[in-house]
Design a protein around this ligand. Structure first.
Ligand SMILES: Nc1ncnc2c1ncn2[C@@H]1O[C@H](COP(=O)(O)OP(=O)(O)O)[C@@H](O)[C@H]1O
Ligand SMILES: [Mg+2]
Length: 248
């Protein structure tokens, strides 16, 4: 991303975002509500375009990346269709993508959903539903996985559980991940780097490198690197809130 700005009318949602992400990196985008996280993800996904600046995905435009089926998107609101079984949902995504991808049944099994393949969304728990969502998003084996607050509907314990699971899953099927969250601890446990955004108009306040190999689990919370990074990001974000008027 080079100088990426997005305006809605007079309102500046994102201002001059510069960010270079390596293949296979896990990047968390954190910042207060309304700072433009979803907007940024949507631009990478080719669902919106920058007002200024440029986004490249593996050297290509987001449009080309989307057309080459290199992107997987997990939305905040589950994209599953209420009448579709878990298996049908995963297979459906893959058919649209017209790529062989991963075998659907095997993927669901790997995701701990064996025996639930024919259940519909209403018959699955929140955690299971999100795993079906993620299975659908990666079923065509995209290089890039875009996740917008994927665990925000889950209670804290489920959220930690599924976070650990995702970390382990990515070890088996490595992806370049852009993960939006406003949950600082979650971001520090999961990501290689945290991109911290200011309050609207969203600007990059800092990029924080965690400097510890992935996958990590919740036990990382007692690691000095976790403690330091989480405290630093909290400091940045509370500053972003209280000083926004002073800075103009
Ligand atoms: N399609 C749109 N039209 C007008 N304003 C929008 C649109 N999408 C987002 N915004 C505004 O842009 C800002 C950033 O929104 P968003 O990217 O959803 O923030 P976040 O995901 O960080 O909470 C907000 O003020 C939001 O109201
Ligand atoms: Mg959002």
């Amino acid at each position: 991303m080079r100088g990426v700005t997005r305006r809605f009318g007079q309102m500046v949602a994102l201002e001059k975002v510069d960010l270079e992400i390596a293949a296979g990196e896990f990047i968390a985008l954190v910042g207060p509500s309304g700072c433009g996280k979803t907007t940024l993800l949507r631009m990478v996904a080719d669902l919106a375009t920058p007002s200024a600046g440029e986004i490249l995905v593996g050297g290509a435009s987001p449009r080309q990346a989307r057309q080459a089926r290199q992107l997987g998107l997990v939305s905040q609101r589950p994209a599953v269709l209420p009448w579709k079984s878990a298996l049908a949902d995963v297979t459906f995504t893959k058919q649209i993508a017209r790529r062989p991808g991963y075998p659907s049944a095997g993927l669901l099994q790997d995701f701990g959903l064996a025996g639930h393949e024919y259940k519909r969304p209403g018959e699955l728990s929140g955690g299971m539903l999100q795993r079906v969502n993620i299975a659908s998003a990666i079923s065509h084996d995209p290089d890039v996985l875009l996740m917008d607050e994927p665990f925000s509907a889950l209670d804290e314990m489920r959220r930690e559980e599924i976070g650990d699971w995702l970390g382990e899953e990515l070890r088996k099927r490595p992806k370049t991940v852009l993960f939006v969250t406003h949950h600082i601890d979650e971001a520090v446990v999961l990501a290689d780097r945290l991109v911290v955004f200011s309050r609207s108009p969203g600007r990059v306040l800092d990029i924080v490198e965690i400097g510890s190999p992935r996958p990590r689990t919740q036990s990382f919370r007692s690691d000095p690197r976790f403690v330091r990074a989480a405290a630093h990001v909290r400091g940045l974000l509370s500053g972003a809130t209280s000083k926004r008027h002073a800075e103009g």
